[in-house]
Design a binder for this molecule. Structure first.
Ligand code: RAM
Length: 498
């Protein structure tokens, strides 16, 4: 499934009032200078390479100092620098990637050092733990020495605000710590989906990082800024884009995903539960309502979502997933949050309308998707965990029925395999919602645990314990190894063992 949406002559709807407020909420970045554990001692000649380990995952600006041994350099040194998020990425060949995502994300540089000794401040920001330096060429008269390497890190997470947490067992603590490190590196000017790739604000990712952030760094202003950015630059018809670029100017991406747009009222309501911020309610209520009305316009007479809404839905990278039942469910889910927003606003008409629509669409979901024989929701005949998860989260099944459904969902996980931590989060959430705490904890230990046990410092965008090289992009070198939507054990663990 390639996610490339191009709208010709796309001119987003810009709201200067909201964007000015987003700008005022821009966070101050914090910096720390970090040095690697050790540097290579042996001078490097043509074809030599060395790997420098910084000991932990970093996002920041890198400076290097080089010297030489031997005769005066009579030719430039031509070097390669490859920054890798983890050991597995280090073993990949950047030149071998030909997938559908741009290879320009790969942190692979070539540099000429004309004069030695040389001090170099690299212009880009990198996200990495390992740096491989390769000498492509010098001259027979001299060899290169690496004298100093440092990284000035960047994050908007402030340690003073961090709520401390001690997990009940070492594996859970490792998962929690990796989640926190992931979150910290994704907290930049906005909540980036991944500091290596795509370095931008996606709504689905924001929903999950916001939850993890409330449970840890508590930077509520950063969530507010992101909400204002989404509302401040939208599709010309008012739809919230799936992603927003925040630099050089805020600008909506010309990609719209049905489930992501519907998460806007959800993120707003959750933000208001955390903060009670009446200014944000005033400013963003209209945009939230607009998303609901647009989505309700994509429902047929029989109460089922129309194919056009399903076509642009995400939920997971699983190619074969039939997304109809999930889309129906996420609309009901969003309606429940929208009703809460309407209640906060004292908007009785909308509250009654959303409550009624949630009831109607729920009933339609049961009529059209629930298979009376098996008790599973089928999406155009397809049985998947994702459909059950979203129906439970939306409250289409509740009480004992939902609990039984989640129990038996555990037996069909391989039908349409879940491919991302994003859908795994919602699976765990659904287990928690139905009181299956032991199963939720087992899921965290098995799934997220397998990440840290495989040696990862930060939690990745895509993870299949049976195939660590799995990628929706035709090559795992382009996967993001530190990904916002994977950090939710920071939130989930506190729900289970506060
Ligand atoms: C990718 C990113 C991002 C996600 C979208 C749908 O580009 O991984 O996190 O939200 O897909």
């Amino acid at each position: 499934m390639e996610l490339i949406h191009i709208v010709e002559n796309f001119t987003p709807l810009q709201d200067p009032y909201l964007l000015r407020k987003a700008e005022l909420l821009k966070p101050v970045l914090r910096h720390e200078t970090v040095f690697p554990e050790s540097l290579p001692e042996a001078p490097l000649g043509k074809g030599d390479s060395t790997v420098i380990d910084f000991g932990t995952y970093l996002t920041g600006r890198v400076s290097l100092s080089f010297g030489y041994t031997g005769s005066h350099p009579d030719a430039p040194a031509h070097i390669g620098l490859f920054f890798a998020e983890n050991v597995r990425e280090l073993s990949k060949d950047p030149a071998a990637y030909h997938g559908w995502v741009s290879s320009s994300w790969i942190q692979d540089e070539r540099l000429h050092l004309d004069i030695l000794p040389a001090n170099v401040d690299l212009p880009r920001r990198y996200s990495f733990r390992y740096l491989r330096i390769t000498v492509l060429d010098t001259s027979p008269k001299y060899r290169l020495t690496v004298k100093r390497v440092s990284c000035v890190t960047e994050t908007s997470a402030s340690p003073e605000a961090l709520k401390p947490y001690t997990a009940p067992e070492p594996l859970l603590q490792r998962i929690y710590d990796a989640g926190l490190l992931t979150l910290r590196n994704c907290m930049q000017d906005v909540f980036e989906d991944g500091p290596k790739r795509d370095r931008r604000l996606w709504l689905g990712d924001l929903r999950l990082t916001a939850l993890a952030n409330y449970a840890s760094y508590r930077n509520t202003d950063l969530v507010k800024r992101c909400l204002y950015l989404f509302a401040g630059s939208r599709f010309p018809d008012g739809r919230i884009s799936a992603a927003v670029f925040h630099t050089p100017e805020a600008e909506a991406d010309d990609t719209c995903l049905t489930d992501y747009s519907l998460l806007f009222p959800v993120v707003l309501e959750e933000y208001l539960r955390e903060t009670g911020d009446t200014e944000a309610l005033e400013d963003l209520y209209g945009t939230a309502m607009q998303q609901m009305e647009i989505s309700l316009g994509c429902v047929g007479k029989d109460g089922r979502v129309l194919p056009e809404a399903v076509r642009d839905a995400f939920f997971d990278w699983a190619q074969e997933l039939d997304r109809t039942a999930c889309t129906q469910a996420v609309l009901v889910y969003a309606l429940r949050y929208a009703a809460c927003l309407a209640e906060r606003k004292g908007d009785r008409t909308k509250k009654t309308h959303f409550d009624a629509m949630a009831r109607n669409l729920s009933a339609a979901a049961r009529t059209h998707f629930l298979d009376p024989e098996t008790g599973f929701y089928l999406s155009n005949g397809q049985l998947s965990a994702a459909s059950q998860i979203w129906m439970v989260l939306a409250g289409v099944s509740g009480g004992a029925e939902a609990r039984a459904l989640m129990k038996k969902t555990g037996t069909i996980l391989d039908r349409v395999p879940m491919t991302t931590p994003y859908i795994r989060h919602y699976y765990t959430e659904a287990l928690l919602k139905t009181g299956l705490l032991r199963e939720a904890l087992e899921e965290i230990c098995a799934y997220w645990g397998s990440m840290v046990l495989s040696g990862l410092d930060t939690l990745p965008e895509v993870w299949d314990p049976a195939d660590p090289d799995a990628s929706p992009y035709d090559g795992s070198i382009i996967n993001s190894g530190c990904h916002a939507w994977c950090c939710t054990p920071v939130y989930l663990l506190k729900q289970i063992t506060p």
